[in-house]
Every structure is written in structure tokens, then in C-alpha cells.
Design a protein. Sequence first.
Length: 142
Amino acid sequence: MNKRVLAIVQDVRKRCEDFAFSRKAKDYPFYKEANLDCMCAVASFALHTALRRNGFKSRVAYGFFDRDSNHCWVELNKYIIDITASQFELKPIYITHKDNDLYAKKRSFIRYSRFFHNWGGQKPSSRISRSILSQNVLTPTE
């Protein structure tokens, strides 16, 4: 995996953690969830946005994790990048090949608008991604 991609992935994961503990997240189901449970769509779109801004052609995919949990992740080239894998008791950043049997893709998206029609609970938006990506990365308080 490209070192620049890894740096972006680590940065966005940290920003998502900070956002989950911020007052801006208090109305979302992932508020104060240290493992980013219920944040997969929002985090995946934030990562996708950051990667695209840096010239990488990623896609947000959704489907199932381990055949029974609705889930979102980012695909880049032949890799799956999951920055909310900690909700499944995996490493906080889980990078694997697309053929990993834990991930069963239904569809992939580039734009938020297409995603809105296909995902029930989480509603990622460019506003949330901008908020996550624009904040300073600080250790969460509380």
C-alpha cells in the first residue's frame, strides 16, 4: 500500500474518532463510540473525499461484513480499506484485498446522492465530510 495513502487513512481515522466525541456528533448514533460503531458510511465517505482530493480514485462500497452486518468501506485499486473495522473487533484500520470473504459487496458509489437512496440509517453528506476533514486533529476531551 502506498505510504501517502496510509498517511491519509490514518489521518482520517483520527479525525473520525475526534468527530465522534465532539458536540457536532451528539445527534448521530456514533456519538461517543470509540470503536466508530454506526459510523461506517460517514467515515467511508470522509475517507473517499480525502483520497479523491489527493488524486486517488477510490469508491465507497456497501454490502455485508461477515455475511450478516450491513457495512460500508472504501475500495482503492485491489484493496478494501475499512476505517471502522474496530466495531467488529478488528484493528481500527483494516486493509485487505478485495477478495476477502469477510466483505460481500452489493454496490459501490462515488457520490453521496446515489448513496442516500440505498442506505437506511446513516446519511453521510458532503457537509459532514467537510466538518470531519476541516477540524484540527486533537485528542478528544472527556
